[in-house]
Design a protein around this ligand. Structure first.
Ligand SMILES: Cc1ncc(COP(=O)(O)O)c(C=O)c1O
Length: 384
């Protein structure tokens, strides 16, 4: 990878947001930060205890397993079966990741050559396109249909012929869109027809509300011939700082990732993997109170917007609201006005690609009363 490749990458928007936040705090401003989607809840006690035990265990001080610690592998396999009814060959179809962000980057880097294409949803979690550019490959953005499904018919045949990886993300960050299993089956069929690796980013598998259970692409019969799926402990279990995730699915893709990862590093830290094992083992107990808290926050902030005359529909999954920037304002202009006038930090939509312009994202990572204050500040700033 050349220096010119690195310099082709624009600065990470969250870095810029950080700089604005730091400058505002240095001016003595009190802020409500709903910018980055970093969960504010505690690591579950059962996970903390597992990490403490692992830290004190003399036998665990060496390098970790390259692919996955057996306890993590088994816990993941049991979780996939209990939660989705999916059975995997855990020795061949699963790999631990130090977070799904870098896992997704590694999957892209290990599956593309310069000149290849990666199909990326037009509004996207930034690493999809950034890792593609770092690989010397080309991101081709797939437009959304009005309901948020991918408009695969809009792609031109030569781009599809060059595509090696296609990424889908439902429930979506930042869009909050969900899809049915039938729709996932359509993506599987497309990937199979065109010999493309389908990468489903399922970062929000557990954060859904009102009786909606998020599907896994691996529930589509035969999906593991063409698809892999990334899952993470970051959001479902308040473990963003622990850095543990996994990828599961097509065995040949897992082997290719393993060949890549094992040449540039070791496995994911054993403490993190054993923390992940505890989280997935106890998912049925840990997840419901976390979801209940996000649901209460969602309901509070949506009600606050609606009460002030800004219509917002409650998303049925994720920890975000994806809203329109008031007419006539640029993305950064709006973000700066919110910081200056309301002390509220949000993420500009262009952080998620050009198609995100004109929108902004609110993360539900503050207690309900602060989210209500943020909504009131946002509405008041828009009215000025
Ligand atoms: C859609 C999506 N994928 C992946 C990630 C990365 O999560 P992590 O690297 O913490 O597993 C995020 C984090 O915000 C996300 O929103």
């Amino acid at each position: 990878m050349s220096r010119s490749t690195i310099s082709a990458i624009p600065p990470y928007v969250f870095y810029e947001l950080d700089a604005r936040r730091t400058a505002a705090r240095a001016r003595g401003q009190q802020l409500i930060d709903v910018g980055i989607g970093s969960p504010d809840g505690p690591i579950p006690p059962v996970v903390v205890e597992a990490m403490q035990r692992a830290a004190a265990d003399r036998s665990l001080s060496g390098y970790p397993h390259f692919q996955a610690h057996p306890a993590y592998r088994d816990a993941v396999a049991a979780y996939l079966h209990a939660r989705f009814g999916v059975t995997i060959d855990a020795a061949k179809q699963m790999h631990a990741l130090a977070g799904s962000k870098e896992g997704i980057a590694e999957l892209i880097l290990s599956h593309t050559d310069p000149g290849d294409v990666v199909l990326v949803p037009e509004v996207y979690y930034p690493v999809y396109a950034r890792a593609t550019v770092l690989a010397g490959a080309e991101p081709v953005f797939v437009p959304f249909l009005p309901d948020g499904r991918l408009d695969l018919d809009a792609l031109d045949a030569t781009q599809v012929a060059r595509a090696k990886v296609m990424i889908v993300n439902y429930p979506g960050n930042p869009t909050t869109t969900s899809v049915t299993l039938d729709e996932l089956a359509r993506y599987v069929a497309f990937a199979e027809r065109h010999d493309i690796l389908l990468l489903s980013d399922l970062a929000y598998s557990e954060l859904s509300f009102d009786g909606y259970a998020v599907p896994s692409v691996l529930q589509v019969p035969g999906a593991d011939r063409v698809a892999v799926e990334t899952h993470t402990c970051s959001k479902s279990f308040n473990m963003a700082g622990v850095r543990v995730a996994f990828v599961v699915g097509k065995a040949a893709a897992i082997a290719q990732l393993d060949a890549y990862r094992s040449n540039i590093g070791y496995g994911v830290g054993t403490l993190s993997q054993l923390a992940g094992a505890a989280a997935f083992t106890h998912h049925a107990v840990i997840v419901p109170p976390i979801v209940a808290e996000y649901r209460a926050r969602r309901d509070a902030i949506v009600a606050a917007f609606n009460a002030k005359g800004w219509p917002v529909i409650a998303p049925k999954a994720t920890m975000y609201l994806w809203l329109d920037v008031p007419e006539g304002m640029g993305d950064w202009e709006w973000v700066d006005a919110l910081i200056a006038q309301a002390g509220v930090v949000v993420t500009p939509g262009m952080a998620f690609g050009d198609a995100g312009r004109g929108k902004f994202r609110v993360s539900l990572v503050q207690p309900a009363e602060r989210l209500v204050a943020a909504a009131n500040g946002i509405v008041a700033t828009a009215k000025r």
